[in-house]
Design a protein around this ligand. Structure first.
Ligand code: SF4
Length: 416
């Protein structure tokens, strides 16, 4: 019979392939009597050398699974050592690790045993014991098992700060090929149920502060990248669809990791990790900078450039959009300037009510002016190409009618 420690070494290792474990976005304050709280800075994170987040006690309840997802080391046909925690063991480990200050909370996933409902019930029991029997106030992220009943999802959300149902692969064709037991409509059905229940709960809590909370840190999902030929365009289109329809807080992109004796349908090598990074950048642009999935890639170039920030790629492909005048342009236009971040756009909009901004002002705001200079006009600045056109115009004008720099710029713009 295995000890808890032996199970831990198997089930913590098996959980490392799930990247959806960041713990931001929840404020569960301790009540002074129980144990822990998940408020803001109380949550810490650590990362593996390849950049994956392994904060929290991140484990599987079990790596037994009745499904046969080809990309997953825990699939039923995989010849690996199996283990299974009891709910009481997971609770004890979480409390022990928390008390020793090793962790700030629990990230719990699981293979599917018996049925989605049975698996979900086991996970709910862990949440219930932690919250109700041990007054645990730390962060809990539970995997929502696609296909589990609405009632169980509702209960899971009363104990968990965050729920996540993994979409796993970018397209439904990919799922058919590599995860035959998983159906996109079932996964999205689970996301929809979580979304609806959360909306209800948030509305209730606006009316009554004492109304029960449901997954206060919302829901997230994970997509494995590079296990199939799906392009970044496919990935971003699916991401946009999920953000729009189910209001996900985050999508985690996880580069496929080959494992020993993997299925022949899988690639032999992992995709470059920088692909993950570019997808996170593009995802950020969609969520905070109003870019659409279809703008960041094209039918002809369906993948993001690995060697360039996607915002810069877009800007270079759209010279007609620039230069953007930092003293007059609307918010949406400023958001599209490479080198100007989201917070700085708000600062620029505030400051320019009082005076016209020069490049020095942008420097003081820590705008990356080395990048932005090509794309903006400021009180004392024109991008190089425009400045050259202005110089050329000035050289042919009689001295008496020399325009100042910005009048000349208007004339150039009018002529172009
Ligand atoms: S359901 Fe699929 S991805 Fe999840 S543990 Fe089982 S085989 Fe792995």
């Amino acid at each position: 019979m295995m000890t808890t420690q032996q199970k831990l070494s198997i089930l913590a290792d098996a959980a490392k392939y799930d990247a959806s474990c960041a713990s931001s976005g929840s404020r569960r304050e301790g009540n002074g009597k129980g144990l822990g709280h998940s408020d803001g800075t109380g949550i810490c994170h650590s990362y593996t050398p390849d950049g994956r987040c392994v904060s929290l006690l991140k484990i599987l309840l079990t790596n037994y699974c009745t499904y046969d997802c080809v990309f997953c080391v825990n699939r039923v046909s995989s010849d690996i050592r199996r283990a299974r925690f009891t709910p009481a063991e997971v609770v004890q480990l979480t409390l022990d690790f928390y008390r020793r200050n090793y962790i700030e909370g629990l990230f719990l996933s699981s293979g599917i045993v018996q049925s989605p409902d049975y698996t979900m019930e086991q996970m709910i029991e862990i949440g219930r014991m932690l919250r109700e029997e041990h007054s645990f106030g730390g962060y809990i992220h539970l995997k929502a098992i696609p296909g589990a009943s609405q009632t169980l999802l509702e209960r899971a959300g009363t104990y968990a700060d965050r729920l996540s149902a993994n979409i796993e692969l970018p397209t439904s064709d990919d799922l058919v090929q590599l995860a035959p037991d998983k159906k996109v409509e079932v996964i999205e059905g689970t996301m929809a149920q979580i979304h609806e229940r959360k909306e209800e709960s948030d509305e209730d809590r606006q009316r009554h502060r004492s109304a029960p909370r449901f997954a206060p840190a919302g829901q997230s999902t994970q997509m494995v990248i590079g296990a199939t030929p799906a392009s970044d365009r496919d990935v971003l289109t699916t991401a946009r669809h999920l953000y729009t329809n189910y209001k996900l807080r985050r999508i985690y992109y996880s580069a496929f990791s080959p494992y020993p004796l993997g299925d022949a349908r899988l690639p032999q090598a992992a995709p470059p990790l920088v692909r993950e990074h570019r997808l996170y950048q593009a995802d950020w642009l969609m969520r905070y900078y109003s870019f659409e999935a279809g703008e960041l890639t094209s039918e002809q170039s369906p993948n993001l450039k690995l060697d360039q920030d996607p915002k810069l790629t877009w800007a270079e492909a759209h010279p007609e959009f620039f230069p953007v005048d930092v003293n007059a342009a609307p918010r949406e236009a400023l958001l599209r300037v490479p080198g100007i971040g989201y917070s700085n756009v708000d600062r620029i909009l505030k400051i320019r009510r009082y005076h016209r901004l020069a490049m020095e002002d942008l420097n003081k705001l820590h705008v990356r002016t080395r990048v932005a200079a090509r794309f903006v006009t400021a009180h004392d600045h024109l991008p190089v190409a425009e400045a050259a056109a202005v110089s050329a115009l000035k050289s042919v004008l009689p001295a008496a009618t020399q325009l100042d720099l910005f009048a000349a710029h208007s004339a150039v713009t009018g002529q172009l």
